[in-house]
Design a protein around this ligand. Structure first.
Ligand code: SF4
Length: 428
């Protein structure tokens, strides 16, 4: 048992309670390249954020615009559907359009059923893409599936592209599952069906990766994923596959759902795995709300990684939840405004003020925790609660700096934040 923390007389010699994520699982490193640039997945690379468009890829303009929006939000890789000849034909135009707009994100083609044909018939598409996503469960059955798979791997080898072999619960190889169910029946103590299905997902991903290597694709051009729609299954499957291979892993809860349900389920499942050092790239698959912002999935993915202290993407705003001590909505509005303002600045600040993503800002509702929390932040404001004097002290680097009052507190605080960032993070 750990001795209790010391008070005054006896200083405990016990080690402090450990904090932070486990050491990342060692993996090979895959490079996704385009136009002389590249991003790394696995190895010593930071956990990478990716996303997927929901436009019709045959509409090159709409797709390029959405890719740009996702990339500006911070998506480091963007996947697009390539499902028809029309879509495959437009892929080079989308890449060119992105290059013209200065969008720095590689494109991944998502293939099901006809990927072998599209990649072979449209070599410009195969070349313009930086990676192919292959689902072995959606390539036919028996010899036909093997041939189609081999054809896609052959294209990847010819163009020097990496692949993600992505198996899904909803499209699991039925031949393999049937065989594994039969084998399970011969066990002295058969597993339950759910366990066999989880095992089949892992076996399918690893077997197909090994087959790709036998067909000539180097092992450092393969990423794996085993997506399911239930958090506990995802945790079990990824813990299992992480012990059985050293390919980088793409993490994501498929069909996570809409709004808070999708965010919470994805965060719960991926948070546990990332804390255990499992996962090299993540995607949050949120069902878009009508007219909703597709880039939300990027923001959520970044916030998962930043909350765990794995990466920093945008300044953190610490805001209290509010309670009966403040009936005003001023601090809620200020917290929301500052958060959106900071995020909107990041595409420019990332280049102009390197390190600004580590900024901590506090916006607090009253004197109870306001000054204390504001002192811990780089810059913080403690707004007046009900019955308090209508003034808002601002703390900079732990010291009380100025006191704001009147109707323009929000604007003045924003100017102070901007000045702080400029002063602290300007390139010298
Ligand atoms: S800081 Fe004040 S207003 Fe905010 S939650 Fe705490 S007591 Fe309530």
């Amino acid at each position: 048992m750990n001795p209790s923390p010391s008070t005054t007389a006896n200083v405990s010699e016990a080690e402090p309670f450990p904090a932070g994520p486990a050491v990342r699982r060692p993996t090979r490193q895959v490079r996704i390249e385009w136009g002389g640039k590249s991003v790394a997945v696995g190895g010593d690379a930071p956990v990478m954020v990716q996303s997927m468009t929901n436009t019709d890829t045959a509409d090159a303009i709409a797709t390029a615009i959405q890719v740009k929006e996702l990339a500006l939000a911070g998506s480091e890789v963007v996947r697009i559907t390539v499902n028809t000849a029309e879509a495959a034909r437009e892929v080079p135009a989308i890449r060119e359009q992105l290059d013209r707009m200065g969008v720095e994100a590689p494109l991944v083609g998502d293939f099901h059923y006809n990927g072998h044909k599209l990649l072979t018939q449209y070599p410009e598409c195969a070349q313009a893409l930086s990676k192919y996503r292959i689902n072995p469960g959606n390539m036919g059955a028996g010899k036909k599936r093997d041939d189609n798979f081999a054809q896609m791997i052959e294209v990847a080898c010819r163009h020097g592209k990496p692949v993600r072999i992505g198996v899904n619960w909803g499209s699991l190889d039925q031949d393999l599952l049937a065989r594994m169910m039969d084998e399970n029946g011969r066990r002295a103590r058969p597993w339950d069906a759910q366990s066999v299905m989880r095992d089949a997902l892992v076996v399918s991903a690893i077997d197909n990766a090994r087959r790709a290597e036998e067909l000539g694709l180097p092992g450092d051009r393969i990423i794996l994923s085993c997506k399911v729609s239930n958090a506990q299954d995802l945790i079990a499957v990824y813990r299992d596959i992480s012990r059985r291979c050293d390919y980088p892993l793409h993490l994501g809860l498929t069909e996570a759902g809409m709004g808070s349900k999708g965010i919470v389920a994805s965060t719960a499942a991926m948070g546990i795995l990332l804390q255990e050092g499992i996962g090299d790239t993540i995607r949050v698959s949120l069902t878009p709300e009508p007219n909703g912002d597709r880039a939300r999935e990027v923001v959520v993915a970044q916030e998962i990684l930043q909350s765990l202290g794995l990466r920093a993407f945008a300044p953190v705003v610490v805001a209290c939840p509010g309670c009966g001590r403040t009936s005003s909505t001023v601090f809620q509005e200020l917290a929301a405004d500052i958060q959106s303002y900071l995020r909107a600045q990041m595409p420019v600040w990332r280049l102009k003020y390197p390190g600004a993503e580590n900024l901590h800002v506090a916006v607090m509702g009253c004197v109870v925790n306001g000054p204390g929390e504001s002192k811990f932040a780089d810059i913080g404001i403690s707004l007046p609660g009900t019955g308090e004097q209508p003034v808002a002290p601002v703390f900079i680097d732990g010291q009380r700096s100025v006191t704001l009052k009147g109707e323009h507190i929000a604007r003045e605080f924003q100017a102070l934040v901007e000045a702080y960032v400029e002063n602290r993070y300007s390139k010298r």
